[in-house]
Design a protein around this ligand. Sequence first.
Ligand code: OSB
Ligand code: MG
Length: 381
Amino acid sequence: MIIDSLTVRDLALPLVAPFTTSFGTQTRRVTYLVHVTGTVQTAAGRVRTAGWGECVSLADPLYSSEYLAGAREVTERHLVPLLQHAQREGTEITAETVASVLAPVVGHPMAKAALEMAVLDAQLRAHGVSLAQYFGATRTHVPSGVSVGIQDSIDDLLRAVGGYLDAGYVRIKLKIQPGWDLEPVAAVRRAFGDDVPLQVDANAAYTLVDARQLRRLDDYGLLLIEQPLGEDDLVQHATLARQMSTPICLDESIASAKDAADAITLGAASVINIKPGRVGGYLEARRIHDLARAHGIAVWCGGMLETGLGRAANAALAALDGFTLPGDISASDRFYTRDITEPFVLENGTIAVPTGPGLGVEPVPEMLDEHAGLVQELWAA
Ligand code: OSB
Ligand code: MG
């Protein structure tokens, strides 16, 4: 496309309840939205188009080194200028070229992914193609799992899990940390039985010294344990994988298709959580899906408390064949009283994949008025 404007808007949405993981508690989702406008050459001629992106970075550098203010800053000072320079020099900015144009900047995958998402949305809207069609995904609905935060008590946990099961979620993920692991897992199994698809996520809260404790989770028939050890601990994850029968899934450790290949080669993961923001965008996410599929490694789509924009894109990605496990693609009301788009709702334990062009959803202006800050122009017409 030929970009003629790019703006960002800060956004803050309250959460329906605090969300606690081993790295901290969130009570609201703060992020920024990217909006890009321009023209795209199509078979029908040059058409005006616009697209939305959402940054999945969290406010603080606790889940990843990237944090929201840094992502916003690098976008303004480095990434948008790289796009402008490339366009001036005659490189067409498309979803397929964004990553290589931004490659000189080291790191900052979530900031890069938000830009790529906006360009991809704009480009697909111009061509009248949905994101799912672009990926080659055929499923119309994706199974919906829910991530359950660390609670103040086992009673609170059982109430929360019971509510999600009643709502129809088809898979439960419990956040764990040292001191909140075997007991909550055992309590959920006791209360809801052995047939509930159940998995745990440690967000890197353990070390290999804890191997004996982690191995005790093998008694509970878990689908997987997600990111027990540190982001950099690929070799140690491979060691742990040989010591326990519960499949190891990596989240934080996988920042690229290359990381996924390394993890598979080392035996550090038998499942991969794909989060498009964490790996620099939906195109790299797609490559990880393809790579994992070729190796017979299961993947599922993770979540970062996305608004309806990111939720729409995640549903489209998860509609690909290789996503063989339910993702953290819950209904909008799992996190938000009111989403910024039309809400995603549970239908028989699934989320419908949008069918309209691009993301297939758009922010409701009234919600932006209420929850978004001023429009900041980073690339003026
Ligand atoms: O580790 O998967 C994670 C949310 C923020 C940061 C990291 C993680 C999560 C979740 C929430 O588990 C998933 C969701 O958006 O539903
Ligand atoms: Mg995780």
